[in-house]
Design a binder for this molecule. Structure first.
Ligand code: SF4
Ligand code: FES
Length: 235
């Protein structure tokens, strides 16, 4: 079948603003959008720029907008989106070139919520690791699945309006540590998220939950963090 791709192009060294180029590619309904972009790059225009690495939905590097929705190019098949496909960079982050955006502000927000395990208490005397029950591990299992693709944060209207908002991905990361009963910095993270650009900027639009390729129930996760902030309970 013939597949038509309308691809956003922008080269800051040549263009004042972005424009679209249309490419026609022979393919099948089982081709991934990433395959089609690779084909265009290999056969029509080697300067087409986009991020990708694993090609299997693991690294989170190829989040783009496909027919207006944030998706991973490597997990999206032609049969999911049809034969006419518009491909654009995600919103809310500065475009560096074509489909590549500057991820630094996204990772700055990620770093701000202390995305690492903190426990300054002495290790158990027998020298073993800090043990955790199966139930306690299950409490934050969902948020360990995040691959930091930014599909959620860059689909959030509050983030579009204010790039200083930490955004859903940072809150998902905070959740992963806040509800880990071995970690000792939950109150510090909750304090960070209670700041002006913190969790209060979430207006429950649900865009994040719909965009997440890992099917994390992000709106519910954000609700759990909000509840912990109000009640001080971490169960
Ligand atoms: Fe991507 Fe989902 Fe993680 Fe957001 S929560 S960064 S959409 S994997
Ligand atoms: Fe790694 Fe798509 S290329 S998630």
């Amino acid at each position: 079948m013939e597949i038509t791709l309308k691809v956003f192009r922008y080269n800051p060294e040549k263009d004042k603003r972005g424009h679209y180029e249309v490419y026609k590619v022979e393919g099948t309904e089982n081709d991934r959008v990433l395959d089609l972009l690779e084909y265009i790059k290999g056969n029509y225009d080697g300067t087409l720029s986009f991020r990708r690495s694993c090609a299997h939905g693991v690294c989170g590097s190829d989040a783009i907008r496909i027919n207006g929705r944030n998706m991973l190019a490597c997990k999206t098949l032609v049969r999911d989106v049809g034969e006419k496909i518009t491909v654009e960079p995600v919103l809310g982050l500065k475009i560096v070139k074509d489909l590549i955006v500057d991820m630094e502000p996204f990772f700055d927000n990620y770093k701000a919520v202390l995305p690492y395990f903190i426990n300054n208490s002495p290790l158990p005397e027998n020298g073993r690791e800090r043990l955790q029950s199966i139930e306690a591990r299950a409490r934050f299992d969902e948020t360990t699945k995040c691959i930091l693709c930014a599909c959620c944060t860059t689909s959030c209207p509050s983030y579009w309006a204010n790039g200083n908002y930490y955004g859903p991905a940072a809150i998902v990361t905070a959740h992963r540590f806040i509800f880990d009963d071995r970690d000792e910095a939950a109150s510090e993270r909750l304090q960070i998220l209670s700041e002006t650009d913190g969790i209060a900027r979430c207006h429950t639009a649900y865009n994040c939950t719909e965009a997440c390729p890992r099917e994390i129930k992000i709106t519910r996760v954000i609700g759990e963090v909000k509840m912990a902030m109000v009640t001080g309970k971490l169960d």
